[in-house]
Design a protein around this ligand. Sequence first.
Ligand code: TXA
Ligand code: MG
Length: 350
Amino acid sequence: MRTKHWHVDNSVDVLDTYPQIEEAAELLKQDEVVAFPTETVYGLGGNALSDQAAAKIFAAKGRPADNPLIVHIASKQQVADIAVNLSQTAERLMEAFWPGPLTVILEKQPNRLSQLVTAGLETVAVRMPDHPVALAVIRKCGLPIAAPSANRSGKPSPTSARHVQDDLDGVIAGIIDGGDTGVGVESTVVDCTGSIPVILRPGGITKEDIEAVVGEAAIDAALTDMNQQPKSPGMKYKHYAPEAPVYLLDGSRSWVQSRINEQRQEGKKVGLLTTEENLPFYEADVILPCGRRDDLRTVAHSLYEVLRAFNETDVDIIYSETFPTDGVGLAIMNRLEKAAAHRWLHEKQK
Ligand code: TXA
Ligand code: MG
């Protein structure tokens, strides 16, 4: 398949009549799959009402069939078409954070969506992205759009059109390039079917943000305890992993440098994921800065780009700095833990 490439200038204010957007929307109506930017990561969109379109998404990504997709909408009215019995909590969260990086799990409208999209569950994940291109495409085709991250399953999510191209060129109908995404980690997935909201996947909207609106929010036990079964099917899979093994390092700069030196003495090429603040202090074979510690949003923004960039190097092992888990740090550490398959090295406390 020849993948079409479109470039869209986000600052154009009449995107809905942009020929590239019209062409992409037309393909979606024909049950083809098209990648587009959102404010979090690039999504691979397809008609959520169509088995044919959903099957193409799963095939292109190599995604396990038991991992349901998020349905993307462009207006609140579209929610009634796919979900029922919305709780007050759900309404308040949607009101506060849409459009934006929040996905709500709701009771699904029976017999409307493709069964493949929801992986046979009675619930559906819904989100309204805060990106002019995503919103214009969804509005233009007039359909609810199922869109997982536009990467091959298991790879870091794409934060640029180039990443999508690296993973999916030749297997999808088109890619809309709208520049780099902003948030850099995926949306926060919140189960709103119970009495208090439960965060199933930490993301762009923080636990603190949610609590400011609804008072109390819980975190799925599986996020802190590896022995628990996650409530979000996708969270059980290994993800975001570069080719070289990643280790999370918790200790002083001098201790980290000794760990690096040890590996290099054994003839290994060592990669280091660090931050702007620490950059001058380290020596390794490949050192990639990932944002600034004093603003974790910059770390989230660059994380997947940096994880992918290590694959273009010949390092044998990747050491990574670690981050506090408040605010967006919870999402960053969740993704890093997965990239590292939970391998930690701790400096011994004196
Ligand atoms: O930021 C994002 O959310 C991006 C952009 C493209 O919108 N999308 C994204 O989709 O990250 P995906 O498919 O990579 O991740 C969707 C997550 C998975 O962990 C999946 O298991 C979970 O949402 N999910 C979907 N439907 C669910 C449901 N009914 N109940 C629980 N978890 C669900
Ligand atoms: Mg994904």
